[in-house]
Write a protein that binds this ligand. Sequence first.
Ligand code: ACO
Length: 176
Amino acid sequence: MSLHYTETLIPSSIITPSIQSLLPDGYTFRTLRRSDYKLGHLDVLADLAHIGDISEEEWTERFDFLAKCEGTYFVLVIVEAGDDENREEKRIVGTGTLLVERKFLFKLGIQGHIEDIGIKADQQGKGLGLKMLKALDSIAKDVGCYKTILDCSAKNEGFYVKCGYEKAGTEMQHYF
Ligand code: ACO
């Protein structure tokens, strides 16, 4: 049996020119790649929450699982270009996920969940987080979501208000 792996989590065409044009020179949006463990994907998430010790093999196993869930996990990264002549990719400085839920409710409505937004600490405050939300919301609309929702801590509420979100409902949790 031949094993088939995909290099990009979702087709690159999901990043339209208008999404790409949101970012300033030196930064690029793209979809998560199978090689992104090496480019610092987890380093960016480390500023968001505890990650634990994850080997490249374990990371890649999770990538392959997500890639098989077609049309569900839209993980974007913002990559910073290097200073060299070819402006080769230097490191990932931002990430964010749109998780697409297909409901029976609301006439088979499609709802987007915004998850795991992280901008590298030394790149925060430059508008990259806002651009990430705009990009994910734009993709959510393109794939047919009627709305996107998210959970965040009180300290980030102001950021999401700036991104066009409003407070709704109450967050609940149940640890196991
Ligand atoms: N509270 C209030 N306003 C904020 C905050 C905040 N915590 N953070 C940014 N803003 C404002 C900025 O001042 C800016 O306002 P302006 O346009 O009037 O100047 C606007 O929001 C956009 O800010 P950005 O520069 O785009 O924000 P940044 O790139 O720093 O990203 C983020 C914000 C994602 C919260 C970043 O600080 C980060 O990665 N923090 C650590 C990880 C984290 O907490 N992620 C969110 C988890 S919740 C989830 O994933 C659903």
